[in-house]
Design a protein around this ligand. Structure first.
Ligand code: NDP
Length: 331
């Protein structure tokens, strides 16, 4: 671990595991939008800044994101115990049993991810989406099997409803098995409802941890799209992902998207007053929420990691007055 950083570590929900308050994920970027040189540089800058948690999924760049992270971990020779690695299972391929949360796909998908990551285990494994066509007891039992075999240490969900999470906890408790520990939802200044309202009862009741995604709304909250123009080499300029092109369309060319861009413009003077960038303000705003265990950032270049980790220095500046000013813009 690098020295001299101010990284914070938070317990992942009601568990003994500590994850860095800021973490780094591979969606869109690693194994896809950027090559190994950039991916390795971002991961090294993150690690040197004290980030211990790296997020992935079997579906990212069709497995190439896991391969790129696996190569980086091997290349730098990082001690396994200094890392918290996660992956997510749901979209493994096109075959009838390559998708969803059957016992078969959870177990086969986990083993395939480990092979791509070149690791014996991941620390966290997630059900990347709910699967209403598979019985909950099958899902709960399969993730417990993965943990029993030592392929993962904790399991959780991503974008499940509060009701589905509660159901999984209930089924696990009835069976005397391990319930899901954490949820991975989208949460940022422009996307708040589920995290703040729907999940609210779960934090205290189940000790739910959270690792939140797209804290910068794919870059919108950096202000780089404020003029409605797509900078060359930015995520919205990346044609290799139909999902990104859809997000770009809704962010830049719909009335709802344009209203959000106006909010980002209105946040600029606050960032200026706090002597930070918009990206740092948006990340620090997420970190203020005590129900956030880790903010998963994304980065296509090293300078973004360097800038983003300094969000921690902005945290003390987010007084209740500043938060109220921000709220007035976001509401
Ligand atoms: P962000 O919303 O933070 O977007 C990251 C992107 O924004 C970067 O790749 C970069 O794109 C741009 N960016 C980041 N920092 C800066 C900066 N300082 N200045 C300018 N541009 C910047 O996060 P992601 O959408 O990448 O999500 C983070 C992680 O969350 C993913 O990697 C993944 O692990 C996880 N995730 C989980 C999902 C789930 O369903 N569970 C869904 C999506 C993500 P560029 O330079 O190309 O413009």
């Amino acid at each position: 671990m690098g020295s001299g950083t101010d990284m914070q570590y938070r317990h992942l929900g009601r568990s003994g595991l500590k994850v860095s308050a800021l973490s780094l994920g591979g969606w869109v970027t690693y194994g896809g939008q950027v090559g190994d040189d950039a991916a390795f540089a971002c991961m090294k800058a993150a690690y040197d800044a004290g980030i211990n948690f790296f997020d992935n999924a079997e579906v990212y760049a069709n497995g190439e994101s896991e391969r790129a992270m696996g190569r980086a971990i091997k290349h730098f020779g990082w001690k396994r115990s200094s890392l918290v690695i996660s992956t997510k299972i749901y979209w493994g391929g096109d075959g009838p049993n390559d998708k969803g949360l059957s016992r078969k796909h959870i177990i086969e998908g986990t083993k395939a991810s480990l092979a791509r990551l070149e690791l014996d285990y991941v620390d966290l494994i997630y059900a990347h989406r709910p699967d209403s066509l598979t019985p909950m007891h099958e899902i709960v039992r399969a993730f417990n099997w993965v943990i029993e075999k030592g392929y993962a240490f904790y399991w959780g969900t991503s974008e499940w409803s509060a009701e589905q999470i509660s159901d999984a906890v209930r089924v696990a408790e009835t069976l005397g098995l391990i319930p899901p520990l954490m949820e991975q939802p989208q949460y940022n200044m422009l996307h708040r409802e589920r995290f703040e309202v729907e999940y609210k009862p779960l934090y205290a009741k189940h000790g739910l941890g959270t690792t939140i995604w797209s804290p910068l709304a794919s870059g919108v909250l950096t202000g780089k799209y404020n003029a409605g123009v797509v900078p060359e080499g930015s995520r919205f300029d990346y044609k290799g992902s139909p999902v990104i092109q859809r997000i770009k369309e809704s962010s830049l060319n719909t009335e709802a998207g344009k209203a959000k861009l106006r909010k980002v413009v209105a946040l600029e003077p606050i960032a200026k007053k706090l002597d930070c960038t918009l990206a740092q303000l948006a990340l620090a705003w997420c970190l203020v929420n005590p129900n956030v265990s880790s903010v998963i950032t994304g980065a296509s270049r090293l300078e973004q990691v360097t800038e983003n980790v300094k969000a921690l220095a902005v945290l003390p500046k987010l007084t209740s007055e500043v938060i109220a000013e921000i709220e007035a813009i976001l509401e």
